[in-house]
Ligand binder design. Structure first.
Ligand SMILES: [Zn+2]
Ligand SMILES: [Zn+2]
Length: 417
């Protein structure tokens, strides 16, 4: 038997209604805020991710699905969505017509990390990205939209953590201070962090290794180094969130795992799955469009971990199975043909109807109708046909009603809908 690859998973029909519910809620929320869907390829040139995510990140160094596509060179299964959205924004010269664009995209991402519980090599994200707005108003609005989506899905155990990562003017001062600390604590750091301290010291603050966490507990915060523009920007975001009654915590050591973030960074954390974990994260990335060869356009966005959100929802609700309204219980060959016609007509009219495609007796039909949790069974044999009516049985109350054969589909639609 061929089984799926470790680290991948099937999303089965029993679970899918939660996924659909999340997706529908996200679509509705984003569309109301003026975001439009964009669908992008899952394969891109490897260079796109090396340039946008940064060659020194764990993702690009060892977690990408990259392969040689012959003359087309190295290609990669996307590890995240932002780089592709930016690539598309630049390629279609969207800024020339109107730099302000709001997108969302939902789909699979791929990381070749070691499979572990709750972490998949193909995982799903819900992304939203805004281009062309530098104002802190959009930072506050995007956080409000994200928090509201969780509220609407009744995920209450969430808290928003925010920080400001500075800009190219002020960040170097912070990096210098952090670097001195990393030099001093070198012996306590893990191998990865020693390497990161040279190329990308910020990322050491993200390290989960306990000895690193301890060594860096007293690390300086970027907040102590912000230039006045960054400080004003961050203060405004906080004031706007206060005004909207969005609860948040300032996390002085929050950094994002990716190189291109500037100023506002945020994470939505939850303890719903045990230890506190991020279920969404994002922030501003004002330099990325230009870094990838586009015009200088500010941008901000976030990604929601779809798998994790579905898992959270599955703890509190059971996926609602789709139930047929009518189960056809024909007795005999003539009636079965009729049942087939009526079932097709009812399905097309929006009345979910099931039938057995083999010839069965009444006992079998009733068993199947119960198994499907059908609301009603329509019972008819040759006798009923001669008398001009079929019997509609309410499967819950066992109450029965006669339905005329002539225009039966219309009668049922009027009765059921
Ligand atoms: Zn700054
Ligand atoms: Zn470390």
């Amino acid at each position: 038997m061929i089984q799926l690859i470790k680290g991948f998973k099937d999303i089965l029909p029993e679970e899918i209604s939660l996924w659909q519910e999340i997706e529908a809620a996200a679509r509705e929320m984003f569309e109301n805020f003026g975001y439009r869907e964009i669908r992008l390829p899952i394969v891109e040139k490897s260079e796109l991710f090396a340039r946008s995510i940064g060659d020194t990140t764990d993702i690009v160094e060892k977690e990408m699905y990259t392969f040689d596509d012959g003359r087309r060179g190295l290609v990669t299964l996307r590890p995240e969505a932002t780089a592709s959205v930016v690539r598309s924004y630049i390629q279609h010269k969207m800024a020339a017509e109107d730099p302000i664009r709001k997108f969302y995209t939902i789909g699979p991402m791929f990381r070749r990390e070691r499979p572990q519980k709750g972490r998949y090599r193909q995982f799903y994200q819900i992304d939203a990205e805004v281009f062309g707005i530098a104002s802190p108003l959009i930072d506050a609005q995007i956080i409000l939209m994200l928090v509201s989506l969780f509220e609407r899905l009744e995920v209450t155990d969430v808290s928003a953590h925010i920080n400001c990562l500075g800009c190219p003017t002020c960040r170097p001062f912070f990096q210098k201070a952090l670097y001195s600390l990393l030099e001093a604590k070198k012996d306590a750091l893990c191998e990865n962090c020693v390497r990161r301290s040279e190329k990308n010291p910020l990322r050491t603050l993200d390290c989960k290794v306990p000895s690193c966490r301890e060594a860096l507990a007293e690390a300086p915060s970027i907040l102590d180094f912000l230039c006045s523009d960054c400080k004003t920007h961050f203060d405004t975001v906080k004031q706007l969130l206060d005004k909207q009654n969005i609860h948040y915590q300032v996390d002085r050591h929050l950094v994002r795992g990716l190189d291109y973030y500037t100023r506002t960074a945020f994470e939505i954390l939850t303890t719903s799955l045990g230890a506190q974990n991020a279920v969404a994260g994002g922030g501003r990335y004002d330099g990325l469009v230009q870094a990838l060869g586009g015009p200088s356009v500010p941008a901000i966005g976030f990604a929601i971990g779809f798998d994790r959100l579905a898992e959270i929802l599955s703890q509190t609700r059971t996926a609602a199975a789709k139930r047929p309204k009518i189960y056809m219980a024909p007795l005999g060959e003539t009636c079965r043909t009729l049942a087939f016609e009526w079932a097709c007509a009812l399905n097309l009219s929006g009345v979910p109807t099931e039938m057995d495609f083999e010839d069965r007796n009444l006992k079998h039909h009733m068993k199947r109708a119960d198994k499907f949790h059908a609301a009603h069974a329509l019972i008819f044999g040759d006798n009923e046909l001669t008398q001009g009516h079929a019997v509609l049985r309410n499967m819950e109350t066992r109450e029965q009603k006669e339905i005329p054969i002539v225009n039966l589909v219309t009668h049922i639609i009027n009765l059921i809908r």
